[in-house]
Design a protein around this ligand. Structure first.
Ligand code: FE
Length: 195
């Protein structure tokens, strides 16, 4: 049963990834994906995602719902625990890995995550060696990238972040869900950018 939920999610993610030209150009969906065991880790924001009603999607609702369906089984990440990011962020920001460390699948070629932010949340400036692409699946957010103008991205839009390019996100009255792909250097987690 659990495996069927993960397999369904992977199938929906593969469809969304391969059918998006910009995301496929950034990183082709890998051929080497293999199953691995997940040790679930619950965090409070996963409950917010379960109850979220402000994640509108027209094209990507199936992959949105598949990420939500798998969320009780997921190993939710605690990337910023122990930093000075603040309790409100820890209580509301949610991310789990699907392909890569802690995920239900592994690949040597890329990592794939889901990120969820409820309305009215600021994800401060951060960076990491991996090159990154966010595909917005539902809702919308403001994307800030060092050296570039701020842009509001909604469903189907992609934000690409270069290696170690500081970036930040903010939600206003909508929530956002994004599928996040990392290539090159995905062994190193993000760190907050000193400003
Ligand atoms: Fe990032």
């Amino acid at each position: 049963m659990t495996r069927a939920i993960w397999d369904h999610l992977l199938s929906e993610v593969r469809k969304a990834h391969t059918s998006h030209p910009g995301l496929s150009a950034f990183c082709p969906f890998p051929e080497d994906v293999r199953e691995v065991e997940v040790l679930p880790n619950h965090i409070p924001p996963s409950d917010l995602l379960q109850a979220e009603t402000r994640l509108a999607a027209r094209r990507y609702f199936k992959v949105r719902d598949a990420f939500i369906a798998a969320s009780p089984l997921a190993r939710w990440r605690e990337t910023y625990r122990g930093t000075d990011i603040g309790q409100d962020f820890l209580d509301r920001f949610a991310c789990y890995c699907l392909i890569g460390a802690g995920g239900a699948f592994a690949s040597n070629l890329m990592s794939g995550f889901v990120v969820y932010m409820p309305p009215g949340l600021w994800y401060p400036w951060h960076h990491h060696p991996a090159e990154e692409a966010y595909l917005v699946l539902a809702g919308e957010a403001r994307f800030f990238r060092e050296g570039q103008p701020m842009e509001v991205f909604g469903e189907g839009d992609v934000s690409v972040h270069a290696s170690n390019q500081p970036h930040a996100m903010k939600t206003e009255d909508q929530a956002v869900m994004a599928y996040v792909v990392w290539r090159n250097g995905f062994g190193t987690p993000p760190v907050l950018t000193k400003t």
